[in-house]
Design a binder for this molecule. Structure first.
Ligand SMILES: [Zn+2]
Length: 313
């Protein structure tokens, strides 16, 4: 483990450990769980959750979602990467990951339902159907999951159980029309976030545009997903434009469009694959128009699930 200054110079290092969480006092928590002070001296065993990108974290194991308070961490990741030393972590996080509006947060005083509630309902209904209906989960397995020969981004086979486990970690639904996060960060995933920020691989143009530039600049973008991400992190167009762009408000969000779009975005987050690879994997037309992925999911999976067999759309 090596501690860097904001400009990337080594301050101290500890062999055999790697930093997981920067603490507010200038220390870090290593992947071993040992906490270190700002001089690299071990100060105890933290047992802290694994830092997982921005403002949230989880430990491995069942039902253990933990919500961090970003203000308590020194590692708002612009600080970590030394890219934006003038901003506080919280100031940086706010415009990068603005949540979708929800009426569940009573302090916001919003009418129900908001876009965040609609997509949440779709996620809940899809989870329930896959968990409880054999025909629905069987269709997902046969028509989608088994088609990914390399499994998820970590090489594990995708099954109904692993798909459900992944989404049960609590997907993050952000407002894509407001996010000033560089698009490159969504493209290259969160696996090595500080590395990604420092190296800005690929087309430099991807680092000059923001998520909101793309979502507001296209009449066809419904969602952008951090590919891969743990837990799932997706940026959405909250406003619905028929026939299928944005979050569909019909039936309180429990509809074909939202559930297939959520399923589609989950495939990105889980596998780390982009649209063209998913189109190829599913055996459908490889095209810049990616709505055929959601259509494929509607036709081959959701049509076999109880909500839609009952005559939902
Ligand atoms: Zn896609």
């Amino acid at each position: 483990m090596i501690r860097f200054t904001q400009s990337g110079n080594t301050i101290w290092s500890v062999p055999g450990d790697s930093p997981k969480i920067a603490t507010a006092d200038g220390g870090v928590i290593g992947s071993s769980g040992i906490t270190y002070d700002n001089q690299g001296r071990a100060t105890g065993l933290g047992g802290q959750p694994t830092e997982s990108w921005i403002g949230n974290g989880y430990t491995d194991g069942p039902i253990d979602q933990v919500v961090f308070t970003p203000a308590n961490l020194a590692t708002g990741f612009a600080t970590l990467a030394g890219t934006n030393p003038s901003s506080t972590p919280v100031a940086t996080l706010q415009p990068w990951v603005p949540p979708l509006a929800t009426c569940a947060d009573k302090t916001l005083n919003l009418q129900c339902p908001q876009a965040g509630d609609l997509i949440w309902n779709a996620y809940q209904d899809l989870s329930r159907q896959l968990a409880s209906d054999e025909k629905c989960s069987g269709a997902a397995l046969a028509k989608v999951f088994t088609k990914f020969p390399n499994g998820d981004a970590n090489g594990y086979p995708i099954t109904t159980a692993s798909f459900l486990s992944y989404i049960s970690r609590g997907p993050r639904f952000y407002n894509g029309t407001k996010s000033t996060m560089p698009y490159g960060l969504a493209l290259y995933g969160e696996g090595s976030l500080s590395f990604n920020l420092k190296n800005r691989k690929g087309n430099p143009g991807n680092w000059q545009v923001t998520i909101k530039d793309i979502v507001n600049g296209s009449s066809q973008t419904t969602a952008i997903t951090v590919t891969p991400s743990y837990p799932l992190k997706t940026f959405w167009q909250p406003t619905f434009t028929p026939p299928d762009t944005g979050i569909d408000p019909s039936d309180n969000g429990v509809n074909f469009n939202n559930e297939s779009d959520f399923f589609h975005e989950t495939l990105h987050g889980m596998t780390g694959l982009y649209d063209k690879d998913i189109q190829r994997t599913l055996g459908i037309k490889v095209s810049d128009d990616t709505s055929n992925i959601s259509s494929y999911i509607q036709l081959n999976v959701l049509s076999q699930c109880p909500t839609f067999k009952r005559g939902g759309k």
